[in-house]
Design a protein around this ligand. Structure first.
Ligand SMILES: C[S@@+](CC[C@H](N)C(=O)[O-])C[C@H]1O[C@@H](n2cnc3c(N)ncnc32)[C@H](O)[C@@H]1O
Length: 220
């Protein structure tokens, strides 16, 4: 499989995966089915998070003791599966995505993995859906992996909804390195957001060079 990181050679990516918890049969099948969709030209081959990032997200979910989580950008459900597996039996994950076809794949795999009961999927534009949630609906963990130009608005909406010490994960914050020399709107949005978050006193921030860049924000 591809490295999912411009920082790793294929050999090093294999090594990273071999040195981390392995993916199980359900995860492997979901990775394979999504790759087949990419081969047929139905999706971009780089949309799904890297397996080692999935392991990290499951680990963080468990280590933080997260009970209530939200994901913005679900696609075929791999990252949601990893978060859901890190939640306790009575935990819950709210997934927001606008694509029915891709998330139908996700639902099948969540059923198969036995985590469907912990996940609620809402189809539609994520920002209005997020804004429409009751003010008292709070989250211990959030994962943002949708339109890059929307990240700043998602982070702003999530801040009041995160519990104290709640963690927000932002995917693709290195954006294949284009944040150093922004060309299009997505490059620019991520570069501006990274710069703003580094000095934002409301968050403790670290950008990890994992996969395509993963920023961790802890609500102070
Ligand atoms: C990179 S993929 C997410 C990959 C997923 N986290 C995984 O690991 O498989 C981005 C997803 O965000 C969704 N998306 C993009 N913009 C959106 C928006 N404004 N509202 C809701 N969903 C959006 C797309 O439909 C797509 O499924």
């Amino acid at each position: 499989m591809t490295p999912r990181s411009f920082l790793l050679t294929p050999e090093l990516a294999d090594y990273v995966r071999a040195s981390s918890d392995p993916v199980d049969e359900v995860m492997a099948d979901l990775i394979r089915e999504t790759a087949e969709m990419a081969d047929r030209g139905e999706v971009s081959g780089t949309m799904q998070i890297a397996p080692e990032q999935g392991v990290l997200m499951r680990l963080l979910t468990t280590a933080l003791g997260a009970r209530r989580a939200i994901e913005i950008g679900t696609f075929t459900g791999f990252s949601a599966l990893c978060i859901a597996r890190g939640l306790p039996e009575d935990g819950s994950l709210l997934c927001l995505d606008r694509n029915e076809q891709w998330t139908a794949v996700a639902r099948r795999y969540w059923e198969r993995a036995g985590v469907a009961g912990r996940i609620e999927l809402r189809i539609g534009d994520a920002l209005p859906t997020l804004r429409s949630l009751p003010a008292e609906e709070t989250f211990d963990l959030a994962f943002v992996d949708a339109d890059k130009t929307g990240y700043a608005a998602y982070v702003a909406e999530l801040h009041p909804r995160m519990t104290p010490n709640g963690v927000v994960l932002l995917d693709n914050t290195l954006w294949s390195g284009s944040v150093l020399d922004p060309g299009d709107d997505s490059d620019l949005a991520l570069a501006e957001l990274n710069a703003a978050l580094a000095t934002d006193p409301r968050w403790e921030t670290v950008l990890l060079p994992l996969a395509d860049g993963l920023t961790l924000l802890r609500k102070r």
